[in-house]
Design a protein around this ligand. Structure first.
Ligand SMILES: Nc1ncnc2c1ncn2[C@@H]1O[C@H](COP(=O)(O)OP(=O)(O)OP(=O)(O)O)[C@@H](O)[C@H]1O
Ligand SMILES: Nc1ncnc2c1ncn2[C@@H]1O[C@H](COP(=O)(O)OP(=O)(O)OP(=O)(O)O)[C@@H](O)[C@H]1O
Ligand SMILES: [Mg+2]
Ligand SMILES: [Mg+2]
Lengths: 253, 253
């Protein structure tokens, strides 16, 4: 029975996609069967795994709006045990199209429920917004994993995100939990980063993972080769810490 | 007669807000009367100028949805010649609420037209998406300024953005031009950044500004004090390059 986890934060560029791709790969390398759902019209998770978006005949858009079965759209990646439900730019139109449909927040939940027996983890990469696509992801999930960049603006948005999670829990998904909070792009040379870490640890002591992701250029190079960091550069700091994060996620089960 | 410029890129965390706040301040310090419009529900531009969002009685949301006059909502900042039309979290609900209104893409244009005589520049900070709020900003603007982070994923999203600009030009705003492309968070020590710069310069030779914004920690510290970089640390590299960018924007007039 799969656990469904949404990786969300409306602040842009905080490491959502990097976490989905590399945590997903880390879990797959430990023998878990993992599906990554790319719910961002930018399709970074799709291309980060080397899938050519232009050659796709269908994507999450068709699953949500035309009710095509998800299993007909899922692609396998170059990593064993790691599949992807891809996104294309068509998804950009979904926010407005979803707005007029019945039960518009629950379409993704319906599409993914049937896949629970096929995987151990289903991880959803959310776009940088709190619109209908992210609401769908939060409604479909058992828990939400929150990447927080060690920067001021990223900290500022946290209370908005927590409020949205509270609203989803009250109206759409009463069992939605916080899977955890992962601090990303940490640069120990700056005071700001240290202050952000202290602040987040103080407010969310139980939720924050011990594993902190440092800034590591190999992590930003890997997507240009369409590979997770463990495949692109297994000896890098980036590969080591995302494998540690995968272990910590499993320990919390 | 003000020039209205949207600062847009659907990729998150590329430096849109940092560019709006610091370019705006650079122009104001050179005697231009500048209005910054915060069209992002995160409200980073509003707080980046030291305005307390919790104490605001009205914001861009009320201007778009309730048709309150923009001039009743505008706040002055701590910098002479620099005003802000603020955003609050209420704006997050606007995407869905706008979807059902007549001429939903033109509401911001109508709201800002009356302000053209009051300012030399009106600069709009867009959220990280290509939804109705960004479409409103592109429809209201004379031109669009595009920040591009020197990273792989940021480069990937450029063709999507250009396509969206083309669609807006065809359907909503025939005179929409490209104001320029500014490369941000450049770290000369990494090959990836150098490759991205070369690639962007090759495809957009005329549009790319000579000024490249390097990664500079003072830029990420300034927002926590609610000040633009020129006020927070006038001698920093960040203050110098954003002043250079402001000069280059004026030279292109
Ligand atoms: N720890 C890290 N060290 C260095 N670079 C990183 C790290 N994590 C992510 N990056 C890079 O930073 C950029 C932003 O990361 P990413 O795209 O994963 O964030 P995101 O939250 O998914 O962005 P968006 O909000 O646009 O979806 C990317 O170019 C990525 O390669
Ligand atoms: N040149 C720079 N050097 C160092 N840090 C920077 C630089 N430019 C921006 N930053 C920091 O990087 C983060 C992202 O920048 P910013 O918030 O301006 O991007 P954005 O595109 O507006 O993000 P969003 O997509 O969420 O609106 C912020 O924490 C900001 O302080
Ligand atoms: Mg992403
Ligand atoms: Mg911003």
């Amino acid at each position: 029975m799969a656990k469904i986890v949404a990786v969300a934060n409306q602040k842009g560029g905080v490491g959502k996609t990097t976490t989905v791709v590399n945590l997903g790969c880390g879990l797959a390398l430990m023998g878990k069967k993992v599906l990554l759902v790319d719910a961002d019209p930018q399709g970074n998770c799709t291309s980060g795994l080397g899938i050519d978006r232009k050659r796709l005949k269908a994507s999450l858009y068709n699953v949500l709006i035309e009710e095509i079965p998800a299993k007909d759209v899922i692609q396998s990646s170059s990593v064993t045990n790691l599949d992807v439900l891809p996104a294309t730019i068509q998804l950009a139109g979904a926010e407005v199209e979803l707005a007029s449909l019945e039960e518009r927040e629950l379409l993704m939940k319906r599409a993914l429920e049937g896949l629970r027996n096929e995987y151990d983890y289903i991880i959803i990469d959310c776009p940088p917004s709190l619109g209908l696509i992210t609401l769908n992801a939060l409604s479909a999930s058992d828990s939400v994993l929150i990447p927080i960049q060690c920067e001021y603006y990223a900290l500022e948005g946290l209370s908005q995100l927590m409020h949205s999670i509270y609203l989803v829990r009250r109206r759409l998904n009463p069992s939605l939990k916080i899977e955890g909070i992962v601090l990303t792009m940490f640069d120990g040379r700056t005071n700001l980063a240290i202050q952000v870490v202290d602040e987040v640890k103080r407010h969310f002591r139980r939720e924050v993972y011990k594993t902190i992701i440092p800034r590591n250029v190999r992590l930003s190079e890997a997507p240009s080769f369409g590979k997770p960091i463990m495949i692109y550069d297994p000896k890098s700091k980036g590969a080591e810490v995302y494998q540690d994060l995968a272990k910590e996620v499993l320990e919390r089960e």
